[in-house]
Design a protein around this ligand. Structure first.
Ligand SMILES: [Zn+2]
Length: 233
């Protein structure tokens, strides 16, 4: 790297300092997107080390899954909320990739013991994709895929109904509708696969439920869940 470039970069950072996407403090040299302190002190759930973790309990009985895990606890007005907000709405898809690779480091041995064939992000409806410019979950899936060496498939599962207007419906109605909101392309290619579904923040879980129910119609498919964060209050 040329000295001139480094010099210019340092000079630019005097006027446009890069800040941590979680705590907002200025980043120092060699820090990218998340400062070192946040990287070590974020509220990691370690769900993969717990039997009957909070996400498992939340999804139990709604669809059949092998394991369900999440990287971080999501609280309102917290660093994780800042992170997720940056990741979803502030045109920082690279933050999703970083979170994915960070999480891959945490769960590497767990995944070796519980292998999956494919990592699949929860899809966005094309209308939403156009508004936002990118599917945040696909970037988280990409980071996981790179970190774990497992292929990601962001094309087979499509969201055919924009379900945002359904927030006032009861959970049962919504779950039933949620399955209809997703469609699998070329389902025969997914036969017998263990698919790890990937989402950004799990709140009600009905989106994951819709995706899982649509995929579980395929012969021999097994589902697991890995989210970037789990809403915890
Ligand atoms: Zn920070």
């Amino acid at each position: 790297m040329s000295t001139l470039f480094t010099y210019l970069e340092d000079f630019a950072s005097l006027f446009f300092p890069k800040t941590c996407c979680a705590c907002g403090h200025s980043l120092v040299k060699n820090e990218e997107l998340i400062c070192t302190s946040c990287r070590y002190n974020l509220p990691y759930t370690e769900f993969h080390l717990l039997d009957n973790n909070m996400l498992q309990m939340h999804l139990a009985g709604r669809f059949k899954f092998e394991f369900s895990i999440a990287c971080l606890y999501y609280y309102k007005q917290s660093k994780v909320q800042n992170l997720i907000h940056n990741f979803k709405y502030k045109n920082k898809p690279e933050l999703g990739v970083l979170l994915g690779t960070m999480y891959a480091d945490h769960i590497k041995y767990f995944i070796e013991a519980h292998p999956v064939d494919l990592i699949m992000p929860v899809p966005l409806h094309t209308k939403k994709l156009r508004q936002r410019g990118y599917n945040q979950s696909a970037y988280f899936a990409q980071g996981l895929s790179e970190g774990l060496g497992i292929p990601a498939d962001a094309l087979s599962l499509k969201r055919v109904v924009d379900t945002d207007s359904q927030t006032s419906m009861s959970r049962f109605d919504r779950s039933e509708n949620m399955k209809e909101a997703f469609k699998v392309e070329n389902p025969s290619l997914l036969k017998g696969r263990h698919i790890m579904l990937v989402d950004d923040v799990v709140t009600t879980g009905s989106t994951l439920e819709g995706c899982a129910l649509a995929l579980l119609d395929i012969e021999g498919v097994k589902i697991s869940v890995a989210a970037a964060a789990m809403s915890a209050g």
